[in-house]
Design a binder for this molecule. Sequence first.
Ligand code: BYC
Ligand code: FE
Ligand code: FE
Length: 474
Amino acid sequence: MSTVRTDDTIPNNVDLASDKRLQRALEQWQPSFLSWWREMGPHGFQADEVFLRTAVSVEPDGWAHFDYVKMPDYRWGIFLTEPVAGRTIGFGDDLGKPVWQQVPGEHRNTLRRLIVTQGDTEPASVEQQRLLGLTCPSLYDLRNLFQVNVEEGRHLWAMVYLLHSHFGRDGREEAEALLTRRSGDPDRPRILGAFNQPCDDWLSFFMFTFFTDRDGKYQLLALAESGFDPLARTTRFMLTEEAHHMFVGETGVGRILQRTAELMKLAKGEDVRPLGGIDLPLVQRALNLWYSLSLDLFGGEISSNAASFFASGLKGRAKEESFADHRALEGSYALETVKEGRVAREEVPLRNAMNEVLRDAYVEDCQRGVDKWNRILAEAGVAFTLVLPHRRFHRHIGLYADVSADPRGELLSREEFERRKEEWLPSEADRAYVRSLMTQPVYAPGEMANWIAPPRQGIKGRPADFVYVRRAEA
Ligand code: BYC
Ligand code: FE
Ligand code: FE
């Protein structure tokens, strides 16, 4: 059982104090992290006291502590799940061999790249969301936004710990670079596409936490299988926190749907804009956007990178133990490709389709959430069904990057797509409308913006009108 040190400058359960060099390196990175947080973290709320959850151990029942904390004082710590005695590599060419506690030389560059790519998304999301507090629909939502933000900060720490402890000088340089790229910056952008998109209204925020954080879940599940044991143990613990992020997205959109359904009854029709609601076709367009951007995050359908991550035991499939064959040397995966303007089937070796296998699991999980949203609408007596668009729709990575398709996956000319895209994706007018609903924040305890229903329950047994954020200048 590893000892938790929460009194250290950097809370941890990795016995940081016994490795002075590493401890010093991380303590040197810490002020850079904090100045990044003050510059790029939630704007305008750094002095407020927020009712936050902090990870304090890896005990399944008791890993989190809830209390008021000013965000710059949040105790970002390093926590790895307990090692599994005798753990062996669960897939690929080295199946059954002992897992690695140190980075094997031949996998060093690949592993570093995977860790940096994962790490880069964490601060990126904080940057994307930094102005949202100024337009929050309630103190409850404000607190949830900040909860997500501080935990993404901790996920950055998790990756930086690996870079510092296992990759020497290269790792330290990468850790610095993680604080210098900026979401959406044309010169120094974040690595992956979706993390450079604006996420500047709350409909986008809820879609992001539903769809994009869920990519996080699946990428983390795949890395949790890694033969590089410190990576597996770090990502396993990150998944514990991730569940709340998706909860915020699922319930956030669910509450919008519930409110829209109420307003539709008052309006005696579908057009809820005169009543200040978010109409369902607009919700569908926002869904189409964030789902398609998030599908891109799984990489190309046919990927030799993915094949070699799998072969070398670095990145598995989600829930690898649920598969019968962990080598995946036999068998193939049937993909739909587009050749000369027509959809065709192509069989590819299974290992080359690992990105698509992971995407399949993700799509299924998204569908379960969308089904729940549709039940909210059905129970409110609204005849409208939200649907996930086809995988070919609005893609920028992989086989369909150069293909134009409608949400049903039917191929179109680029001209037709351009002409009709406002039917399927939020238009400038849609965005302006959503922003117009969110010009004023709601900071009064228990109050809720007009466009969203209140949550079913508060946080950690606290009532709905609890003061989740104590505003410094309130
Ligand atoms: N945007 O072989 P391919 C999260 C690049 S989210 C831009 O098809 P591969 C979170 C790719 O790097 C989880 N570029 O893909 C959520 C490659 O470049 P090179 C984040 C892209 O290598 C919310 C080339 O295209 N974690 O935690 O299999 C809030 C061909 O690539 C994109 C991870 O991503 C893209 N979307 O890569 C906070 C896990 N996709 O080699 C946090 C770590 C691909 O030609 N990363 N490219 O220079 C990976 O496992 C893999 O790098 C990828 C797919 C899944 C990204
Ligand atoms: Fe994260
Ligand atoms: Fe997350």
